[in-house]
Design a protein around this ligand. Structure first.
Ligand code: HEM
Length: 156
């Protein structure tokens, strides 16, 4: 199934609306991940080091990861529309594969992150949210996750 211009527009339009508030949206995104899957918490070394009770909202790396996932999903949407495929620069993809293998990330975690991402967008732009917008973000994320997972096989 191809990714249409309309789908790209849905992803980019909602991201544009969220961008000015991306810090707090990114934080909500990560808190949502740990709500759905508390077991994902110890994966993040900087959280482990900070101790069990350290407040999540004071973790700059967590927010950075959340914004990265958003931005990369947007880039993924643009590439899917242009070429029908996700192109992450090879060196970047190789590093991403290695990082996520090292962190013990598994398929189930990608699903949790996807659900948290969709919940967060729905909460951030409820007036824009439609089944079509959901499907467009899902596709962009799924293809990106598939590219990372493929690379993880080689890094394992
Ligand atoms: C690190 C992107 C999914 C956990 C990173 C980094 C990027 C990234 C860019 C920085 C390190 C590097 O460049 O190698 C993504 C994208 C994802 C995704 C685009 C989904 C499409 C996940 C999932 C988990 C996860 C599902 C697990 C819940 C981590 C951890 C690190 C990391 C633990 C290392 C953090 C650190 O030690 O600084 N990710 N990630 N990521 N990611 Fe992801």
């Amino acid at each position: 199934m191809g990714f249409s211009e309309a789908q790209e527009e849905l992803v980019l339009r909602s991201w544009k609306a969220m961008k000015p508030d991306s810090e707090s949206i990114a934080l909500k995104f990560f808190l949502r991940i740990f709500e759905i899957a508390p077991a994902a918490k110890p994966m993040f070394p900087f959280l482990r080091d900070a101790g069990e009770d350290a407040p999540l909202e004071s973790q700059p790396k967590l927010k950075a990861h959340a914004v990265t996932v958003f931005v990369m999903a947007c880039e993924s949407a643009t590439q899917l529309r242009k070429t029908g495929d996700v192109k992450v620069r090879e060196a970047t993809l190789r590093r991403l594969g290695a990082t996520h293998v090292r962190a013990g990330v598994a398929d189930a975690h990608f699903e949790v992150v996807k659900t948290a991402l969709l919940d967060t967008i729905e909460g951030a732009v409820p007036e824009m949210w439609t089944p079509e917008m959901k499907a467009a973000w899902e596709e962009a994320y799924d293809q990106l996750a598939a590219a990372i997972k493929e690379e993880m096989k080689f890094a394992a």
